[in-house]
Design a protein around this ligand. Structure first.
Ligand code: UDX
Length: 434
């Protein structure tokens, strides 16, 4: 069985490498030829721990290859995983143009039975559209099946998530498709859940929105903690001890970002609107998340009164540690808000600086990128912890202190122990803790 992966973005590239690692013969394709060239030479265009090594090992083994030729990939593959992006539109809905385009291409090149598997995060009922599109444009009366196999990998842990999944969701409508996908994921037999296609599609959106809701929920509890003597870390710990709740995704802070949660929550709201189901619950989740940035700016104002011409060190820019991804990162909203206030920003991140420069080019002295956290802290009137990289958690606070003009520390990720940093002389505020 030959597997073709269409789209070598985050999901596509990890899936291509992961499926090759499972022993399958895989060819990956992408419309960006330079990217394909780079990947073919064993270079990963994103920062993802472990991916480059695994890519190189499978390229060497010979069962993984990449090409910019979509037509030949379609023609020579038995199973096609559609991993193209579904960008967010102004109204929150997912733009399905690329998925439709790929479906037409598959239709034009359908030369024998093929299984088309959607792996991109797509609105429920997308597979019906893929099926209809292929039926409309196919040149020959060749049989095909459509299936859904949503991907749940987390950035920064993508390789391990792919090779050790909690569950493999397979949405199918024919026995033939079920057999093929169960065979592909044979190694995870005990974790496979087979459903119909609509269910599989909805599981992805429902899972991501639920996790986003958990984060917004704990951030709301953090607001209550700040107005009482409660401590949000202990509230989360106490809640998490109940197995029905679980302790994960209850870290209060600057809120969620990334390529999935913000987009998926909004997409599900839109899906609800289209289907006549009121998903106001998720609108609140989105609103609470949006407010996390505003509350952080308010903390800085509370400490410094006027932010104009104040030097603020932003430590961390990526939407979470172990990635260079800044998509929907809280840092973007922070930079915009703080620049509106006229603050001078000195920013540091171990991996995300190049990406951030494409959005906010360096402009001295308003926007400066520093080579180390200590450089960012030079002469700062306040420091703001934005991403909990180990390097930032392990910051030498004595050295930090020597660099700063005012010892004001606003911790957006609750990485420091309040008593310990205060003892060192910092004026310290964090989320939901005294
Ligand atoms: C997420 C899902 O976890 C994954 O299953 C899906 O396939 C894609 O979306 P990812 O976006 O890589 O993965 O990041 P994740 O580790 O889930 O974190 C998402 C965001 O939530 C980050 O901004 C993180 O900082 C934030 N977060 C997470 C919190 O604010 N608090 C928490 O307790 C957990």
């Amino acid at each position: 069985m030959k597997i073709g992966i269409i789209g070598t973005g985050y999901v596509g590239l990890v899936s291509a490498v992961g499926l090759a690692e499972l022993g399958h013969e895989v060819v990956g394709t992408d419309k960006v030829a330079e990217k394909i060239e780079k990947i073919s030479q064993g270079n990963v265009p994103i920062y993802e721990p472990g991916l480059q090594e695994l890519l190189q090992a499978n390229l060497r083994r010979g069962n993984l290859s990449f090409t910019a030729d979509l037509t030949s990939t379609i023609a020579t593959s038995d199973v096609l995983f559609v991993c193209v992006n579904t960008p967010q539109r102004e109204d929150g809905s997912a733009d399905m143009t690329y998925v439709e385009g790929v479906s037409r291409k598959i239709a034009e090149n359908l030369n024998q039975y093929k299984l088309i598997v959607e792996k991109s995060t797509v609105p429920v009922r997308t597979s019906s559209w893929i099926k209809r599109t292929i039926s409309l444009y196919r040149k020959r009366d060749v049989d095909f099946d459509v299936a859904s196999n949503p991907e749940f990998l987390r950035e920064g842990a993508a390789v391990s998530d792919f090779l050790h999944p909690d569950r493999v969701i397979i949405g199918v409508e024919s026995e033939r498709a079920r057999e093929i996908l169960v065979k592909i994921y044979e190694r995870f037999q005990d974790r496979i859940l087979v459903t119909n296609i609509d269910t599989a599609e909805l599981i992805k959106h429902a899972s991501n929105s639920f996790l986003a809701m958990k984060i917004s929920y704990i951030n709301l509890m953090a607001d209550l903690c700040e107005r009482t003597d409660a401590d949000v870390e202990q509230v989360a710990q106490g809640m998490g001890l109940d197995e029905r709740i679980g302790s994960r995704f209850l870290r209060a802070g600057l809120g969620y970002g990334g390529s999935c949660f913000p987009k998926d929550v909004r997409a599900l709201i839109r899906i609800g609107e289209d289907l006549g189901v009121d998903l106001n619950l998720l609108k609140e989740v989105d609103r609470i998340n949006f407010n996390c940035v505003n509350k952080t700016v308010d903390r800085l104002k509370k400490a410094l009164w006027i932010l104009k011409d104040k030097k603020i060190a932003l430590l961390g820019l990526a939407f979470k540690p172990e990635t260079d991804d800044i998509r929907n990162a809280p840092s973007i909203g922070l930079i915009e808000r703080l620049r509106e206030e006229g603050a001078l920003l000195q920013m540091y991140d171990p991996q995300a600086v190049e990406n951030m420069k494409t959005l906010f080019p360096e402009k001295k002295p308003e926007l400066v990128y520093a080579a180390s956290p200590y450089d960012a802290l030079k002469g700062a009137n306040a420091a703001l912890i934005v991403t909990e990289w180990d390097e930032i958690k392990d910051l030498d606070l004595k050295q930090a202190k020597d660099q700063m003009e005012n010892l004001i520390l606003v911790d957006g990720r609750n990485v420091f122990n309040p008593a310990a940093v205060r003892k060192m002389g910092f004026e310290y505020s964090s989320v939901g803790r005294k």
